[in-house]
Every structure is written in structure tokens, then in C-alpha cells.
Design a protein around this ligand. Structure first.
Ligand code: GDP
Ligand code: MG
Length: 213
């Protein structure tokens, strides 16, 4: 991690949105990630069912606390169907597909356009999702025996569409879940000049404990 981290505030709040079709494992991944906190000895598990996000606390660099909010899709997984509030103030996106269901991989592109569409006019006046915020792709359920999407497909998808990176994950055996989120968080901390703004935003979230704006 870069030494610029020392210039960041002591407490940092990051919002990550988790996207993907119904059943790809978003809720399981979030649960797996936040529940792993105790094992790693550096987290807190908090679930807010109403607002649909979970928070995990990470300690990075010179004892900085990063509160990572993972926003789950509130049960109507259709790209195009997400509200702007869902994406508001997000610092990064995690797009998930199911390795056993190729159609969920095809949907990943739709989710990427949704990010771009919803952030247009809102933040940085761009239709390029990756300029708006970093996006990682998770090829989930890699524990299954019958994987139907070849690695070559999603690795070239990531480079062709300018995503940050991809990981093969399993919320069942927890492989790569923490690693993937850590990669995204570190990238944001190293590159996002808006993190200080995030701190202010997060105070709002904290004050409104039900997570609504
Ligand atoms: P969501 O609709 O995207 O939130 O998906 P869920 O988290 O509800 O998961 C949908 C189904 O997939 C559930 O039956 C999960 O147990 C299962 N599932 C989720 N992640 C994994 C995984 O990594 N491996 C396997 N084998 N099953 C998973
Ligand atoms: Mg779910």
C-alpha cells in the first residue's frame, strides 16, 4: 500500500455496491466476508437488514480504520431497476456472476452499463463506469464441480471493459472473498481523492442509523 495512506483521515468510510443477477451469491458473499471478521481478529459484523448493507471494519496502514460498507441488492435484481440512491456516494462496485450459469456472466455487461447510467449526471459526468468508480468482477461458486464459463472469457472481459481485476470466489469455502474486497479497498484508498468526502457522507449514514438518506 502506498505511503500516501498516511495523509488520509484516521477513520475512512467506503461504500461498495454488490451487483449481479438473482442467485449468483451476493448475499452469501457479503455474509461470508463480514462473518470472517472475527477469525481475522480485526473486524466488526453489523447487518442492517432494512437498508441492505453490512459493515466490516478493517485496520490498514498506520492504524487507520476503514469502515467498508457492502450494499446488497434489495431483492429486485434487474439491471436498470436499481435506484440512484443505491449507487449514491459509492466508491466501488463488485459485479458477481455464477460460474455454473453462463447467462449470469452475460448479464455482467448489463450491470456495468447500469453503473455508468446511474452515475451519469450524478457525479463525474461520464458514461464510463470505470471512470466513475473502480469495478471488480467475481466469478463466484468456484467450489462447484461443473464450471460452465471458461476463465479466458471473463479474464478478457475484464481487460476489454477496463475493470480493475477479477477473482474466482466461493462464499461457501470463502476462497478469495476477503482478498478481492481488500484489493478493491486498497485501490480506492490509493487512488480516490474523494475519500475525505466519503468521511463526511458516512457521518450522515451513522447519524441516520437506519441507513436511509
Ligand atoms: P443472491 O441472490 O445473489 O443474493 O444469492 P444468494 O447469496 O442468496 O445465493 C443463492 C444460492 O447460491 C444459495 O442457495 C446459496 O447457498 C448459493 N451459493 C452462494 N454462493 C455460493 C458459492 O460460492 N458456492 C456454492 N456452491 N453455492 C453458493
Ligand atoms: Mg440476495
Amino acid at each position: 500500500m502506498s505511503s500516501d495512506l498516511n495523509a488520509l483521515p484516521q477513520e475512512i468510510f467506503l461504500k461498495l455496491v454488490v451487483l449481479g443477477d438473482l442467485g449468483v451469491g451476493k448475499t452469501s458473499l457479503i455474509r461470508s466476508y463480514t462473518e470472517a471478521a472475527e477469525e481475522e481478529g480485526q473486524g466488526q459484523y453489523r447487518v442492517s437488514v432494512e437498508s441492505g448493507f453490512s459493515t466490516k471494519r478493517l485496520v490498514v496502514g498506520d492504524n487507520k480504520t476503514v469502515h467498508v460498507q457492502l450494499w446488497d441488492v434489495p431483492g429486485h435484481e434487474r439491471f436498470g431497476g436499481m435506484t440512484r440512491v443505491y449507487y449514491k456516494y459509492a466508491h466501488g462496485a463488485v459485479i458477481v456472476f455464477d460460474l455454473a450459469r453462463p447467462e449470469t456472466f452475460e448479464s455482467a455487461l448489463g450491470w456495468l452499463s447500469d453503473v455508468a447510467e446511474k452515475l451519469f449526471d450524478e457525479q463525474k459526468q461520464t458514461r464510463d463506469a470505470n471512470t466513475a468508480m473502480p469495478v471488480i468482477l467475481l466469478a463466484n461458486k468456484c467450489d462447484l464441480p461443473d464450471l460452465k464459463v471458461p476463465r479466458q472469457k471473463y479474464s478478457s472481459y475484464v481487460s476489454e471493459n477496463g475493470l480493475l481485476t477479477w477473482f474466482e470466489t466461493s462464499s461457501r469455502d470463502r476462497s478469495n472473498v476477503s482478498l478481492a474486497i481488500k484489493r478493491l479497498v486498497e485501490y480506492i484508498l490509493e487512488t480516490d481523492p474523494q475519500v475525505k468526502v466519503a468521511q463526511a457522507n458516512a457521518k450522515l449514514w451513522k447519524d441516520n442509523d437506519d441507513g436511509r438518506f
